[in-house]
Design a protein around this ligand. Structure first.
Ligand code: GLU
Ligand code: ZN
Length: 317
């Protein structure tokens, strides 16, 4: 396999990030991810970057990025470098896809969701409704070649990565410990580019984390399941693998993850008092106890105390 140079110089020191999708204002779950990643960066004297993951334009809400930034600032969570928007990074993703094409490990796919569901059903595979379908390899050619870039990059096809057989990824989560995923059995050849012309989260997050020299990824446990795919992509793109720390999810009263789809309500950050209330809730969710709870406590004081108390070992305690 050709040896590509890293796109960014080796990062010196800790570089973390918060990467919200601007599909709405912050809710309790995204504030936990923001606070947890900010605290871990501060505790380790690192940098904390803000990246708007706005590739899936149909799901993004105009102005949500500005609202998220306003909310973060009211909560005292300030980023250390210019924020970035994934929608401005199309060239990076194209380049990465071209590299994978040259390595002969991607292929075009024209399957619809229904087509995939039918192929699985024909094999007797039933996917529980809250799980992603394992791609059955319908479009995978026996021998993968290099595709003519101009001709085939039309928006009509998706591009999938061809996984090698026996691909079990092991990694150590800084809070959850040893993790293991058999990518063929649990995921299948996953998409890097969608039929509607949008680069997928998996590709974009890996390329941007590498380009930005991110060393520590701290995010919600709903993304734990994506990590093995991302580590595999880092390997084939010859990027370094950052450390991972997944935070406990905030669930609603029905035990479901908070998200736009479940109409998660925005946190209240109209004024510093409200913001501090939300921070306190998020802090308790991250295992932080005995922080200053007086009426006169300022956000800055609270954040300082929270940073001092921050400990990866207590997150799930
Ligand atoms: N944009 C993703 C989300 O909002 C998070 C990406 C990440 O932290 O890796 O769920
Ligand atoms: Zn297909």
């Amino acid at each position: 396999m050709p040896n590509f140079k890293n796109p960014s110089p080796p990062a010196d020191g800790y570089r973390g990030r918060f990467a919200p999708s601007p599909t709405g204002p912050l809710h309790a779950g995204s504030l936990v991810a923001a606070l947890g990643s900010w605290l871990d960066a501060r505790k380790n004297h690192g940098k904390w970057l803000l990246r708007m993951e706005d590739l899936d334009a149909p799901r993004c809400i105009p102005g949500a990025d500005q609202e998220i930034m306003r909310q973060l600032l009211t909560c005292g969570l300030k980023w250390d470098e210019e924020p970035t928007w994934q929608s401005k990074h199309q060239e990076r993703y194209k380049k990465a896809l071209k590299r994978l094409n040259k390595l002969k490990i991607i292929y075009p796919c024209t399957c619809s969701r229904q087509g995939i569901a039918n192929a699985l059903e024909a094999r007797g595979v039933i996917t529980p409704c809250n799980q992603e379908m394992v791609y059955p390899g319908t479009c995978r050619p026996d021998q993968i070649g290099t595709y003519d870039e101009e001709g085939r990059s039309s928006s009509e096809v998706a591009w999938r990565i061809a996984l090698p057989p026996e691909l079990t990824i092991h990694f150590e989560d800084l809070a959850l410990g040893k993790q293991i995923q058999d990518l063929n059995r649990e995921v299948g050849d996953f998409a890097l580019h969608r039929r509607d012309g949008i680069f997928t989260y998996q590709l974009a997050v890996v390329v941007d984390d590498a380009e930005q020299g991110i060393t520590h990824i701290v995010r919600g446990a709903d993304l734990l399941d994506n990590t093995a795919r991302q580590i595999y992509l880092q390997r084939v793109l010859d990027y370094e693998t950052p450390s991972y720390l997944h935070l406990p999810l905030v669930l609603d009263e029905h035990g479901e993850k908070l998200s736009k789809q479940t109409l998660a309500s925005a946190i209240h950050t109209e004024n510093p008092q409200q913001a501090l209330q939300e921070l306190r809730k998020a802090g308790r969710h991250l295992g932080l106890r005995d922080l200053p709870d007086g009426k006169e406590t300022s956000i800055a004081e609270w954040l300082l105390a929270a940073t001092q108390a921050w400990d990866r070992k207590i997150i799930f305690s």
